[in-house]
Design a binder for this molecule. Sequence first.
Ligand code: AMP
Length: 283
Amino acid sequence: MITIEGITQMRGVSRKAREEGKLIALVPTMGFFHEGHLSLIRKARKVGDLVVVSSFVNPSQFGPGEDYGAYPREPERDRTLAEENGTDVLFSPSIEEMYPQGYSTWVEVEGLTEVLCGRSRPGHFRGVTTVVTKLFHIVQPHYAIFGQKDYQQAQVIKRMVDDLNFDLRILVEPTVREPDGLAMSSRNLYLTPAERKDTVILYPSLLRAQELVQEGERDAGRISDMIRKMIADVERAEIDYVSIVDGENLRPISQLKGKVLIALAVKIGKARLIDNILLSVDE
Ligand code: AMP
């Protein structure tokens, strides 16, 4: 595995790989690897001949007062884990490299970014789509792999790839969870032991919703009320949203039908946690 910090060098490696007919698979990350990231890297290893993992804590996707400064970083450990899981190139550019003096261009997807996390994190997706566009131009991947945990992000990026005619495929991999169901996230580190215990309600609330659907419930209001009630039992949990939306366009629905996303964002202590399940609902 090689580590690259410069954009020019990264471009050179990608250009050579393409000339040799190799398929490039990119996994964009903000580092501080856990099993979720590693599962994406292993997927990249399966589909690509050259596996590039980018690690860049992107300032432009954090709002004022969010956790940019506190975001955990552990580059040495990341290097080892990346290599052990099949990475060929770890691309970790500096902020100056990505956003030099005078930087002033942004990529914005409308609609899909105005719901769910877009409501409580204005500007977040603009930062994501901008940095991902830059990474796509620099790395020139054939595949880019994202996690279902950030389902909205994956939908926004797919929209952008279609709209801007990027010549690559987006793959979305399942959410990797702790043994008790908590979706793995770098932000879980912010939880105190007591808060960590409180998180155990989140995934079961989604599973309970799934059960209700299996039992025949189709009313979105009743299902989201049930989820809210379960979470409200946990004193420290502050609900940002519990939403039941169309799995493609992310618009709220009142009756469940077809591809349905049940998504939540809950603040527990300093951590804002998100999770979701995707259901295929027949009439
Ligand atoms: P991050 O470093 O948090 O920006 O995440 C980088 C990529 O890993 C994104 O595509 C995330 O959706 C994905 N990811 C984060 N957590 C998980 C998880 N628990 N399971 C699967 N993918 C994940």
